[in-house]
Design a protein around this ligand. Structure first.
Ligand code: 4NP
Length: 159
């Protein structure tokens, strides 16, 4: 099984949106038996919470399910259990890399915006502060398409 973990700070705004959108795209491509999707936060403040109201409203608007999703924190096992760990911003990536350490941790860590090199920004803006969930959705849906294409290519999946 190929697996993707999206990581942001609180695991209530950006990474749950990416998780829901990616899972939806994986289902549409009929690749659910090959690709598993999850999300987590570097912080612990929102453990057990549902996605933020702004993320839920955005996903409702585009009819993408977030049923049963609850925030959790990044944990030790994630670095060996996941194929890809996709960080929503530079801070998240710095924390994840520090946590990952040097030993036998197999996950490939990447920055979400590296999937969209034509965009003039390197971090997915945090809507917890900006309130702009539409912008996050646009970036997330485009980036997830690119991530899915990368996975299909790297694992020789047929679509
Ligand atoms: P997220 O946004 O990292 O996209 O989930 C945030 C959520 C909560 C907080 C910060 C960012 N917080 O400080 O509680």
């Amino acid at each position: 099984m190929i697996s993707v973990l999206f990581v942001c700070l609180g695991n209530i705004c950006r990474s749950p949106m990416a998780e829901a959108v990616m899972r939806h795209q994986v289902e549409e491509a009929e690749l659910s038996t090959h690709i598993q999707v999850d999300s987590a936060g570097t912080g612990d403040w929102h453990i057990g919470h549902s996605p933020h109201e702004g993320t839920r409203q955005m996903l409702d608007q585009v009819r993408i399910s977030y049923a049963g999703m609850k925030a959790r924190q990044v944990e030790e096992n994630d670095f060996t259990n996941f194929t890809y760990i996709v960080c929503m911003d530079e801070n998240n990536e710095r924390n994840v890399m520090a946590w990952k350490g040097a030993h036998d941790r197999t996950a490939e860590v990447l920055r979400f915006m590296s999937l969209l090199p034509e965009e003039p920004i390197t971090d997915v803006p945090d809507p917890y502060y900006t309130g702009n969930f539409d912008e996050v959705y646009r970036l997330v849906s485009e980036g997830c398409k690119q991530l899915l294409a990368k996975i299909v290519r790297e694992h020789h999946l047929s679509v």
